[in-house]
Design a protein around this ligand. Structure first.
Ligand code: 5RP
Length: 224
């Protein structure tokens, strides 16, 4: 029986097959992506470099000798590799457990193909069991808490010690529990236009086209 950590290593390594030699790869954030970054070091001489979705991933890439480009310096990327907190059978995801959702969505939008790497605990029927991360402008926090309450959700500011956690963009995160997101496209569109929302952690418009799922019997490839 493989541990969750071993499953993450497996899918991180399996994602190398989607990296296009000679190109720049979009890189997500999180413990699963860290396995991918470690594996990517083995082919660093075959790629130009990466566009990163967080300070943490940038530091890891650079430490391994992989050049990191600013998103504005490059055009469309062929592939973006990232993890997820939940993924459903259509490739729709909840992301942002690592607070990097805004930059993740930017790099995903800049990429032709999103390859999600996840262990099988992340595969769900309906999104919403994992608390939905939403990056917000602090001034709007309490009004947004009330807007989520009107949808049946309970929103709490993510803390780091006694202070609200600050994202790489110096904003706050609300984690929303109690939602069943059966229409991810409509939900993402609606919440995104609430004033004060920077990014909602539903990735439906930027869904995955492929999921490499780590299971007890090996890596399963789901195409959406
Ligand atoms: C970070 C993310 C991550 O992809 C998500 O939280 C999954 O992380 P992990 O691979 O550590 O389980 O969205 O903002």
């Amino acid at each position: 029986m493989l541990t969750q950590d071993e499953l993450k290593t497996l899918v991180g390594q399996a994602a190398l097959q989607y990296v296009v030699p000679g190109e720049i790869v979009g890189v997500g954030t999180g413990s699963t992506v860290n396995k991918f970054i470690d594996a990517l070091a083995s082919m660093k001489d075959q790629i130009k470099g990466a566009v990163s979705s967080s300070v943490a991933s940038t530091e890891r890439l650079l430490a391994l000798g992989i050049p990191v480009f600013d998103a504005n310096e490059v055009g469309e990327l062929s592939v973006y590799i990232d993890g997820a907190d939940e993924i459903d059978g259509r490739g729709y995801m909840i992301k942002g457990g690592g607070a990097a959702l805004t930059r993740e969505k930017i790099v995903a939008a800049q990429s032709r193909r999103f390859v999600c790497i996840a262990d099988e605990s992340k595969l769900v029927q309906t999104l919403g069991k994992f608390p939905l991360p939403v990056e917000v402008i602090p001034m709007a926090t309490q009004r947004l808490v009330r807007q989520f309450a009107a949808l049946g959700g309970t929103a709490k500011v993510r803390m780091q010690g006694s202070e609200p956690l600050l994202t790489d963009n110096d904003q706050h995160i609300l984690d929303v529990t109690g939602l069943q997101i059966s229409e991810p496209l409509a939900f993402e569109s609606e919440v995104n236009q609430w004033p004060g929302v920077v990014t909602v952690g539903v990735f439906a418009h930027q869904r995955a086209q492929v999921c490499l799922l780590g299971t007890a019997s090996g890596v399963k490839t789901l195409n959406f």
